[in-house]
Write a protein that binds this ligand. Sequence first.
Ligand code: NIG
Length: 392
Amino acid sequence: MATLFTGISELRTVSEAGTLTDAALVAEGGEVTWIGPAAQAPACDESVDLGGRAALPGWVDSHSHMIFDGDRAAEFEARMAGQDYAAGGIAVTMEATRAASAERLRGLLRQRVRAARAGGTTCMETKTGYGLNVDSEKMAAQIAAEVVDEVTFLGAHVVPPGADAEDYVNLVCGDMLDAVAPHVGWIDVFCERGAFNEEQSRRVLEAGQAAGLGLRVHGNQLGEGPGVALAVELGAASVDHANYLSDSDVEALAASETVATVLPACDLSTRQPLAPARRLLDAGAHVAIASNLNPGTSYTSAMTFCVATAVLQQRLSLDEAIAAATSGGARALRRHDVGDGRDAQGRPAKGTLAVGAAADLHVLDTPHAIDLAYRPGMPLTWRTYVAGERVA
Ligand code: NIG
């Protein structure tokens, strides 16, 4: 069944077609099959009038930690009173998560995904990393694989309290990896002081690579360090946070296919300097914007808020920020358009509205997409469509 979406005042395609005004789009079989001026739209089985609103690809949120129970409101309040963020808080969430049943974690995850979709997100990655033993990490991976688009194994989030670091890294690279590998596509490591050093991070990533997983890295969040260089050296799809970068980190990213994923909501919530997205783009690096939803450093899935921050404070243009939060996120997950609207595996690409790509649409309750930054904090999402079907 072909559906014509019409009444689009401004269509930000995030593709070669650029921005079209008074546009229409046809979706069929979950894919975009036609884009162009409304006056030339083909006849379709059904038609949806978007009423003169702006539309863009759904957000691709390439970094989140959505499988957890409990919150860390007290830690946040202490931080706002002057305390620094430290990785140790992860153990608090670990306790609450280990105590939760699979049913409860699944319910919490579904709620979080619903909230993200209500904010225009149409593709999400999420990580394990609050179980930190074989059974809990495996359970998290299984639940995540049922619900979200891309799942990442983050057994190497921190060394759980009482464990020996070397023994724990061996566990992550051995039994834990074996248990989760059937359910995940990616492996990640928190390469940072207070978490895992360069040598430990390398072992984790190489073990994941040997198991056929793609690589992602949490790096350079709390200070300069080896995370970015390691990610680039090992061909990671993405290095995330990237707050503290040396010139050579920026040069390495610019010369690589590793995406620098910036997390503006996290930077604000931890009172870290905002990641240098402008400098990275100017240098020629690939940049993504993601929410980093988690209870410690970024308890929000509001990609629209992240995009507004990127424009208002990180000095990206609206086009750059939208691209980073759509096709940039898709690239960080290797789901971007590599030609004909398909990704490298031949699937409909995410994060772009081109013929052949996924019909994932974010419709704003305004005729102008610039309102994403001009009216920060306003509830701008009108509807969200995944594969041509309305989900919010
Ligand atoms: O991406 N930095 C490491 N992991 C999360 C924070 C996890 C937590 O503090 O619970 C992040 O910010």
